[in-house]
Design a protein around this ligand. Structure first.
Ligand code: GDP
Length: 369
């Protein structure tokens, strides 16, 4: 009883309800925690994990490269810069050929053969068409089934929703991160149509063109320029009834290659046959790549080509960034439609319209003079 206040009713002590014990873990909690940790992760965190070969962090860093957000891009740039000194120790192989020639099947079989040699391989894609079709070359999960289950293989589809310039630059940056993560052989796959071959050629050491058994005369609609870039022409599907035809094609392509001028690196392009399905001829492809690497490293063209490629990408990046800055500028966005219409209707010359637009953001002809 309360002596000082005898009238006060005796009340039961209240039990304060504590925090209820969760019945079970929220299944999303762990993922949310991980996402939170990643969002707040510094560039140094990323670099540490990438250098340790962590695929999850590598994949997330590539997502930063692909992001359109300014803060992600800044972080990506810092990561790439820090990874640069750890990159470069790979052979970069470009693969092209018309749809259906067997590129995915080849990368899967050849990749598996390299995995058996204890190599770590990365497979990237440059496919600007993916912005239209939404299905990038490597996007289809059923492709490269075996390879995608291997811890020593890293597969990444083409960045989506981008024009070729953006896709190519991002792939080039991704190569640096993959190398820093310890991938020794980097495949960059592209479809044998259009400009993407040139972009891929400018980021790889070795360029491989896949063709089907058939007549050597028409080179299967592949542009002369692409054939000229090839270090190895590989006639795929040299199996079953196609075996003989593949050998005939090989002969025809060899003759056709004689018509091309010699390469600056003194490498004489090879023509070989293989079957991505039966795996016949794959070992010989690896032999060719290795002898190429030896030769161009001895005559120093390996390093000089990479140095040239690096400056090319700097210039490409400047062009692209300038373009982005220009088109996203509010002043330009305000007047561009009117000027475009005037040019379209022939009321204003395209050159004077361009000069006017550039002068709006301080880039006139006297700029810097
Ligand atoms: P991609 O479009 O160039 O990536 O071609 P795919 O790898 O998807 O292959 C297209 C088709 O050709 C698939 O049905 C494959 O099974 C088949 N193919 C690929 N390589 C070979 C091969 O070496 N021999 C035979 N007979 N078929 C193949």
């Amino acid at each position: 009883m309360d002596r000082e206040n005898p009238d006060k009713k005796k009340t039961k002590p209240k039990v304060v309800k504590g925090v209820e014990k969760p019945t079970s873990w929220n299944p999303n909690a762990l993922n949310q925690m991980k996402a939170h940790r990643l969002k707040n992760a510094s560039a140094e965190d990323y670099v540490k994990h990438i250098l340790a070969g962590n695929r999850m962090w590598l994949a997330k860093a590539i997502t930063l490269i692909e992001s359109t957000k300014r803060e992600d891009q800044d972080k990506a740039e810092a990561i790439i810069n820090a990874c640069m000194p750890h990159s470069g120790k790979s052979i970069r192989i470009g693969i092209t050929g018309s749809p259906g020639v067997g590129k995915s099947t080849f990368v899967e079989s050849f990749g598996m053969a390299l995995i058996q040699k204890n190599k770590k391989i990365a497979v990237l894609a440059v496919d600007p068409s993916s912005q239209i079709s939404k299905g990038s070359i490597l996007g289809d999960k059923t492709r490269m089934e075996k390879l995608s289950a291997i811890p020593n293989a890293f597969i990444r589809p083409s960045p989506a929703n981008e024009a070729l310039g953006g896709v190519a630059r991002k792939t080039r940056e991704t190569i640096i991160l993959c190398e820093a993560a310890g991938y020794e052989i980097i495949f960059v796959e592209t479809v044998g149509v259009g400009q993407s071959e040139i972009a891929v050629h400018s980021m790889v050491d070795f360029f491989l063109l896949l063709l089907l058994p058939g007549s050597g005369d028409e080179l299967q609609g592949i542009k002369r320029g692409i054939v000229e870039m090839a270090d190895l022409i590989l006639v795929n599907k040299a199996d079953g009834a196609n075996k003989e035809k593949a050998i005939q094609s090989q002969r025809a392509y060899k003759t056709a290659l004689h018509l091309f001028p010699p390469k600056a690196n003194a490498w004489i392009p090879k023509v070989q046959t293989c079957s991505a399905i039966t795996e016949k001829g794959l070992e010989a492809v690896w032999d060719t790549i290795q002898s190429f690497e030896n030769q161009v490293k001895i005559n120093a063209s390996f390093e000089s080509k990479r140095a040239e490629q690096a400056t090319y990408w700097m210039e490409e990046t400047i062009k692209q960034r300038l373009g982005d800055l220009f088109y996203n500028h509010p002043k330009i966005q305000e007047v561009l439609p009117t000027l475009r219409k005037a040019v379209l209707e022939g009321k204003r010359s395209p050159f004077s319209a361009a000069s006017h637009l550039l002068s709006l953001i301080g880039f006139d002809r006297t700029y810097g003079a």
